[in-house]
Design a protein around this ligand. Structure first.
Ligand code: GLC
Length: 516
């Protein structure tokens, strides 16, 4: 059974990860995103976004694309400070995940419009005036747009706050003609095509959104971690430690690094700890050779690892003995790729004692009738070890980052279905971290409630303010501008009935803190 899950010696793993981590940090895509009071920059731009106290509520839209589900959110930030949100989940059909990129972005725009209609942000017959274009620099006047933050949870080369080129698809997406393209532009084109008066002002990775949403509540937050369909982390880094940094060195001297740690191992560095099941999962995926670390940990793959182990044991007649006739139907989920969902791993592990009620239910759903006590115990053992290995891998990698930050208190904002719903994942990770972390550091794993949605919204609000304050200094817009403004003032009904007010001077005071 010991080969079922490779339980790696913590020390060995830590040193492997240490070596690997520097490799990842040095050569992976470094997404540098906005952080309030911190710096956000693309190669040629720097945004130091400072803030003031709000005088009114801020509202912003956000899109969250990262797995098979896609969400549209309306986030309201009130002065308390408090974040309220309304959201709707839409499914991304497989045909869109694998089809032309332009269809994906059209689908996102359709969902956005659907949500806006439901929330009466786009009442029929009432349209937001289209953004005007400034003659001198060809920029749109932003005051007429509804700002939108886009959580796009795929590896990107971030070239600005609202400009990012997709480096590679992950997590089952393979849409054509998107890699190397600016995904913000693709989204904006789809939005404009549908005449929706929304402007995408910021793109963030889900890890960054998670860090942001958690930092909003806890000043010690320095890491954002996702353990869901995929896995990844980002962290606050001192600028002078970022070899690829070519922006300025003024305050604030920190940037957020998106590590894309799921790609760790793509260079074969993890081969010595991979099992034949990991290899099989990789080979049968849509992106063989890629996201090797992710494939050993995250929700998209964990159930499949368990399924392959079960099949292997069945082939060796070590499980479900004497029931060959019972499980001979090859159309059952057990014999179907992806048939053992990761949520089943969590369900099986919630069983305590010898009744195995949940495990039996899962096995029956898989097409196994009347499993014996031994069968159930073995299945639970497999699940426990596969998930424990994942928790240790994530925990060890996280410890390297915590030790690198090396502050007395480090909070990690965590989000993702695996972390949220697995009964032991957090505990197993914490145990692993405790054995590896520098003794002078107190760490805390905090569930970042809906970080990937809220974080993008927070960044969008600040980015929108920043753009508006920049626009104030611009020379005049079209000659028609003044007439249109006058028209709008004298016919207020031509504006939306529930206009969204943005106070260009205000952002909650909690934002206004310099990094310690
Ligand atoms: C994948 C993506 C990464 C994302 C993670 C979690 O690893 O490449 O960008 O953060 O999944 O969703």
């Amino acid at each position: 059974m010991s080969s079922l899950a490779t339980i790696i010696k913590d020390d060995a793993l830590a040193s492997t990860l240490r070596v690997g981590f520097y490799g990842v940090a040095a050569c992976s895509v470094v997404g540098i995103a906005a952080y309030i009071g911190y710096k956000a920059a693309g190669p040629n731009e720097t945004y130091a976004l400072k803030s003031r106290h709000p005088e009114s509520n801020d509202q912003v839209l956000a899109l969250d694309l990262g797995g098979t589900n896609f969400r549209v959110l309306l986030v309201t930030l009130s002065p308390q400070p408090r974040i309220d949100l309304k959201s709707k989940i839409f499914v991304i059909p497989q045909s869109i995940m694998l089809g032309p990129g332009v269809n994906l972005f059209r689908h996102l725009a359709d969902c956005l419009l659907d949500f806006m209609k439901k929330e009466e942000l786009d009442k029929s017959g009432v349209h937001y005036p289209l953004g005007k274009v400034c003659k001198s620099n060809n920029m749109r006047h932003p005051s007429n747009h509804f700002p939108l933050g886009f959580t796009f949870s795929f590896p990107c080369k971030q070239e600005g706050l609202a400009s990012a080129r997709l480096t590679a698809w992950t997590k089952g997406f393979t849409c054509s003609d998107v890699v190397d393209s600016d995904v913000v532009k693709m989204l904006q084109d789809a939005i404009d095509e549908k005449q929706i008066n929304v402007k995408c002002v910021a793109l963030v990775n889900d890890t960054v959104g998670t860090l942001m949403a958690c930092a909003y509540k806890d000043q010690n937050t320095a890491i954002g971690l996702i353990l869901g369909t995929g896995t990844n982390a980002c962290y606050m880094e001192k600028i002078d430690r970022v070899g690829t940094w070519d922006g300025d060195y003024n305050e604030p001297k920190q940037v957020i690094i998106n590590m894309e740690w799921g790609a760790f191992g793509n260079n074969s560095r993890l081969n010595h700890i991979r099992t034949k099941y990991d290899e099989e999962v990789d080979l049968s995926s849509v992106n063989p050779g890629k996201q090797i670390f992710e494939k050993m940990i995250s929700g998209m793959y964990m159930g499949e690892i368990v399924r392959l182990i079960i099949l292997d044991l069945m082939q060796q007649d070590l499980i479900f003995i004497g029931q060959r006739d019972g499980y001979g139907d090859y159309r059952t989920p057990l014999f179907t790729r992806g048939g053992f969902y990761t949520k089943f791993v969590s369900t099986v592990e919630t069983d305590e004692g010898i009744a195995f009620a949940n495990t039996r239910r899962v096995l029956e759903d898989m097409g196994i009738r009347n499993p014996t006590f031994d069968d159930c115990a073995i299945i639970q053992h497999i699940c426990k070890n596969v998930s424990k290995r994942a928790a240790r891998l994530a925990g060890a990698c996280l410890t390297v980052v915590i030790n690198r930050i090396n502050k007395p208190n480090v909070t990690v904002g965590v989000d993702g279905s695996l972390y949220r719903y697995h009964p032991r994942f957090k505990r197993n990770m914490e145990k692993c971290i405790k054995t590896l972390v520098n003794k002078n550091i107190k760490f805390k794993l905090t569930l970042s409630d809906d970080g990937s949605g809220k974080g993008a919204a927070l960044i969008a609000i600040v980015a929108d303010r920043f753009q508006k304050s920049q626009m104030k200094n611009l020379p005049s817009f079209d000659e028609n501008d003044d007439e249109e403004e006058e028209e709008a003032r004298s016919h207020p009904q031509s504006r939306p009935s529930n206009p969204i007010t943005f106070n260009t001077q205000s952002v909650p005071s909690t934002f206004n803190r310099t990094p310690s």
